[in-house]
Design a protein around this ligand. Structure first.
Ligand SMILES: Cc1ncc(COP(=O)(O)O)c(C=O)c1O
Length: 370
């Protein structure tokens, strides 16, 4: 195989999506129309949870979910430093403090013991992240007795050990539909919840704080414009209908990678599913051998047409978090060691076995030469 460029991610779009979007365009109901509740109800049903609220992004969902559990100025929220920056940013939006705790070296999710040690009298919520689609240890966090907001932005399709889908436990859980996600609406998100009052508050606050039974332009609380258009909802509904196929395709590609990468010395792969836990495959991340240079490896792969990313750089070491919150190297050793080695490889449902073999071969060559 020659060095044909291989992108990091690529959504699957077909006739069903085209038909669904065209239908909305022709209906003239481009926002707050029937596709919104249809998408929400189908999503909630899929996860076996009572309610779902569509929002403009995963970040918007996290923000409204934190408000809904009562996080406000001066509060502390314990969360993972090994996440996309949005999970910590959403806490800062409410002038609360993200308090990081280190991660579990196997699952790469927030370590419940470290999280418990970080709780103070100002802690008002926990924000575990199901990183790379692997279910966080929710039963352990639930035992801590604090309100929980779940960052499930990477975890559609993941399942907890007790068989409950991630996002189906009743805590507000935010999902994201950016173009690299398991299903996409271009930009978009969804909050699931078991609590009608939480849904009502989120539905109001995504729409400028308009109470659900209030008239046009009547607002009884501060709100935002975090609405998701009917065009996006129709697209999301069409994507949701093919979710099983998309998840199976991703799991198959992950299996090819596992076999193809097995011979590369020092390379570590994401953990296998433990017991009945199921990863909802989102990204294919590898941990480079400890003596490999992350930046040089990524550059060498790019020179061969293979798009990869350092994924994830620790949040607490980003300039804003260093400068505003005083973080330094050495605070969360597991997170920092993993962040220095983790690289996301090209990964999407329609990836071929040949493309996977090519990425594995080039990665092996690049690492052997380093
Ligand atoms: C872990 C995590 N949290 C939050 C988000 C934010 O989602 P969005 O980009 O839709 O705002 C993402 C999306 O990339 C994510 O991966």
């Amino acid at each position: 195989m020659n060095d044909e460029p291989i992108p990091l991610a690529q959504p699957v779009m077909g006739e069903a999506e085209e038909r669904a979007v065209l239908e909305v365009l022709r209906s003239g109901r481009l926002s707050l129309g029937p596709a919104l509740p249809a998408f929400e109800e189908a999503f909630a049903a899929r996860l076996g949870v009572a309610h779902a609220s569509a929002v403009s992004s995963g970040t918007a969902g996290l923000h409204l979910a934190l408000r809904a559990v009562g996080v406000s100025e001066g509060d502390e929220v314990v969360t993972s430093p090994f996440s996309f920056v949005a999970s910590a940013n959403a806490i800062v939006y409410e002038r609360a403090r993200p308090v990081f705790a280190d991660i579990d070296p196997v699952t790469l999710n927030l370590d419940p013991e470290a999280a418990a040690a970080a709780v103070t009298e100002r802690t008002t919520a926990l924000l575990p992240v199901h990183i790379f689609g692997y279910p966080a240890d929710l039963p352990a966090f639930e035992r801590m007795g604090l309100p929980i907001v779940e960052d499930a932005c990477e975890a559609l399709g993941a399942v907890h050990a007790d068989g409950v889908p991630v996002g189906g436990r009743g805590h507000p859980a935010a999902f994201a539909f950016y173009a690299n996600k398991q299903i996409t609406t271009g930009e978009g998100g969804m909050v699931t919840t078991g609590d009608r009052a939480v849904k009502d508050r989120i539905d109001s606050e995504r729409n400028q704080g308009r109470a659900l039974d209030m008239g046009w332009l009547d607002h009884d609380r501060l709100g935002f414009n975090y609405r998701l258009s009917d065009i996006a909802c129709a697209l999301g509904l069409a994507q949701l209908e093919r979710l099983d196929g998309l998840l199976a395709d991703r799991a198959r590609v992950a299996g090819w990678y596992r076999d193809a990468l097995a011979g590369i010395e020092g390379l570590d792969l994401l953990c296998e599913d433990r017991g009945a836990e199921r990863r909802g495959w989102f990204v294919y991340v590898v941990l480079l051998p400890e003596d490999a240079d992350q930046r040089e490896t990524i550059a060498a792969l790019a020179a061969r047409g293979i798009q990869t990313r350092p994924y994830l750089p620790p949040i607490h070491l980003m300039s804003y978090y260093r400068e505003t919150w005083g973080h330094r190297e050495g605070e969360f050793p597991v997170c920092e060691a993993v962040g220095a080695r983790s690289v996301a490889l090209p990964f999407f449902p329609r990836m071929t076995e040949g493309q996977v073999a090519h990425v594995a071969e080039v990665l092996g060559e690049v690492l052997a030469r380093a």
